[in-house]
Write a protein that binds this ligand. Structure first.
Ligand SMILES: [Mn+2]
Length: 398
């Protein structure tokens, strides 16, 4: 069976003057999935809000109409979940979705339940559904995106047990291994917390596509279909979704064909702004027909200003921002703020604080009867300079 994982479509995302992008990218992904896959799984953040407006819901319904009259070879044959489900899918494509962080609601129904009640998809909270194609059975297990502090316990409590056939677990959480720091508010889950015996582990929430092998199996992050943040790292890669073949276990990343162009530029204004044309170099608009209407996607440029800005340069920047046919997002006046910070004598404050801390530190150590077996001052210097290896070297000397 071929399964399309289309994640974090963020329908209704409307920041930075790009309010139709979420629909344009989602529609393309779904249209390609219709050709390439037997089953579609949406691992959370399908909508950007847990209470999207009528306009957004209406667009979501319109996009999903592409599956009307279609007939996938795969059929939904059962749903086992804690909730009462409407598993009577009226569309010709079986679609399974889990609510993500953005759809999080404690009690009331959210947009995915609306789609479920309309017979467009199955919204999985804490259970699994069975899909059959010919002789093959695939079980899609899902836990909705929950606050990170409780994610580990929640997954444990569900104690998912793989069933006959192929088994895929779908989550929408952070993982400690994926973060540069350790914070219970941001992640409690680790790879070792994943229940064993699954053919594939799929996680939404992380917007950049990645696939790797764990002891327990293959871990797949489809990535978002849209840029929600115009960061250098996020716009570097083109957006898309994944088609997974349950038999060959092949993972195929499918790029969304029509995408807005993004550019991130650090612009040094210290020597004036003569070379401002480089901002627009190599960029052109693309167009897409959404619901029968032509939409022009103008190139999006994020400009980070380096150097000081005076009144004259400010005026030039204003004209750059108004350039027709582009979205210019200038990271504002950071240099001015930076300069203000520089003006404060931070070093004096820091040194003063360190001297005080140093004295308190030594006083406490000596008054607690700590032996002067090594050069404490030297150790403190190393700590200040952030040289832990030097500290260890010094302590191991005796
Ligand atoms: Mn997301």
């Amino acid at each position: 069976m071929r399964v399309a994982f289309i994640s974090d479509t963020h329908l209704g995302f409307s920041k930075h003057k790009v309010e139709l992008d979420s629909y344009i990218y989602a529609e393309q992904a779904l249209k390609i999935a219709k050709e390439k896959a037997d089953l579609i799984v949406l691992p959370g953040d399908i909508f950007d809000s847990s209470s999207p407006g009528e306009d957004c819901l209406s667009k979501a319904f319109s996009i999903l109409q592409i599956f009307k009259g279609f007939e996938s070879k795969a059929k939904m044959i059962g749903v086992v979940d804690r909730r009462q489900h409407n598993s009577q899918i009226t569309l010709g494509m079986p679609i399974v979705a889990i609510p993500g962080t953005h759809e999080y609601k404690l009690k009331e129904d959210g947009p995915l339940e609306v789609l479920e009640n309309a017979g467009y998809l199955v919204c999985l909270h804490a259970g699994y559904c069975k899909i059959q194609k010919g002789e093959e059975i695939v079980n899609i297990f899902g836990m909705k995106g929950v606050p990170e502090q409780v994610a580990r316990d929640a997954l444990k409590k569900l104690s998912f047990i793989p069933q006959d056939g192929k088994n895929i677990l779908v989550l929408h959480q952070s993982f400690k291994e994926l973060l540069p720091f350790n914070d219970e508010m941001v992640a409690t889950l680790e790879y070792k917390d994943l229940p064993s015996g699954f053919d594939l582990y799929v996680n939404g929430h992380i917007h950049q596509h990645k696939t790797f092998e764990l002891d327990s199996g293959v871990f797949l992050i489809p990535g978002s279909t849209i840029n929600t943040q115009v960061r250098k790292s996020e716009i570097k890669h083109r957006k898309g979704f994944v088609v997974y073949d349950t038999e060959s276990k092949n993972v195929e990343f499918v790029e969304i064909p029509i995408q807005r162009q993004y550019k991130y530029l650090e612009l040094d204004v210290s020597n004036g702004l003569e070379d401002q044309e480089i901002i627009f170099d190599g960029l052109k608009p693309v167009s897409y027909s959404l619901f029968g209407k032509e939409v022009v996607l103008e190139p999006y440029v994020k400009v980070k200003i380096v150097g000081e800005i005076d009144e004259h340069k400010k005026n030039i920047l204003q004209t750059i921002k108004k350039r027709d046919g582009f979205i210019i997002d200038v990271e504002k006046d950071l240099s001015v703020i930076e300069q203000k910070i520089k003006d404060i004598d931070l070093k004096a404050i820091r040194d003063g604080a360190i001297t005080t801390a140093e004295n308190v530190f030594f006083d406490n150590l000596y008054s607690s009867g700590f032996k002067k077996s090594f050069d404490l001052k030297q150790v403190f210097e190393y700590l200040k300079e952030e040289k832990p290896d030097k500290v260890m070297e010094h302590l191991e000397k005796d």
